[in-house]
Write a protein that binds this ligand. Structure first.
Ligand SMILES: Cc1cc2nc3c(=O)[nH]c(=O)nc-3n(C[C@H](O)[C@H](O)[C@H](O)COP(=O)(O)O)c2cc1C
Length: 189
């Protein structure tokens, strides 16, 4: 076996999808890029975001609401900017055009092809991060990002992150159909 142990603090997914988490802090919309994000429940749809001790955390804790917005490649610069500066010192409420659904503390980003408004159902205290688990109450997109009514990755043009090295990546092309590609290996008894 040629396996070697490498630094376990560098255990990440390669790559991690990038989202922008929106919240309202001190009465103002605030945005932060987040790579530690995943859907974590089937019905109802739920998302978890792992967030460190940031300004955004206070808003999410206080209001029990946040948004998850999927930016496209063309938004890379503004997304990164929101990760370089904190809402403590910089007003990030005008970086994007904002709209709201039913949740008044989940600011949604107009420019993002996909946005969801989440209501916190559980907060898990980790050693350094808080895991905010939110039920997706509303999902928004636009006709131009959909194919047959569903968000289309080729139209969305999302981007991803790798750590360490801290680099953004575009998503490659489709290589096969899921729940299908392995069918030829199912043994016929
Ligand atoms: C590419 C990128 C990915 C990030 N992912 C996360 C993350 O998953 N969780 C987190 O807590 N912070 C993450 N951050 C850091 C926050 O986005 C950053 O500290 C931000 O400025 C916090 O904003 P706030 O202080 O206004 O809340 C990331 C930053 C960048 C640039």
């Amino acid at each position: 076996m040629d396996k070697i142990k490498i630094d376990s603090s560098n255990a990440y997914l390669y790559p991690m999808p990038m989202v922008i988490v929106g919240s309202v802090v001190d009465g103002k919309p605030n945005f932060m890029p987040v790579a530690w994000v995943s859907r974590v429940n089937y019905r109802p749809p739920m998302f978890a975001v792992a967030i460190g001790p940031h300004y955004s955390s206070r808003g999410i804790e206080e209001n029990g609401e946040f948004s998850v917005n999927i930016p496209s490649i063309s938004m890379m610069e503004r997304t990164d900017y929101c990760g370089l500066v904190s809402g403590v010192k910089r007003d990030k409420s005008e970086v994007f055009d904002i709209f709201y659904g039913e949740l008044e503390n989940a600011p949604l980003i107009e420019e993002c092809p996909v946005s969801m408004a989440c209501s916190v159902s559980e907060t898990v205290e980790m050693k350094t991060n808080q895991l905010f688990i939110g039920e997706v109450l509303e999902l928004y997109s636009e006709e131009r990002y959909l194919t047959d009514g569903n968000p289309d990755i080729e139209k969305i043009e999302p981007f991803t992150l790798t750590m360490p090295g801290n680099r953004y990546w575009a998503v490659g092309s489709s290589i096969g159909k899921a729940w299908n590609a392995g069918k030829s290996l199912i043994k016929k008894d």
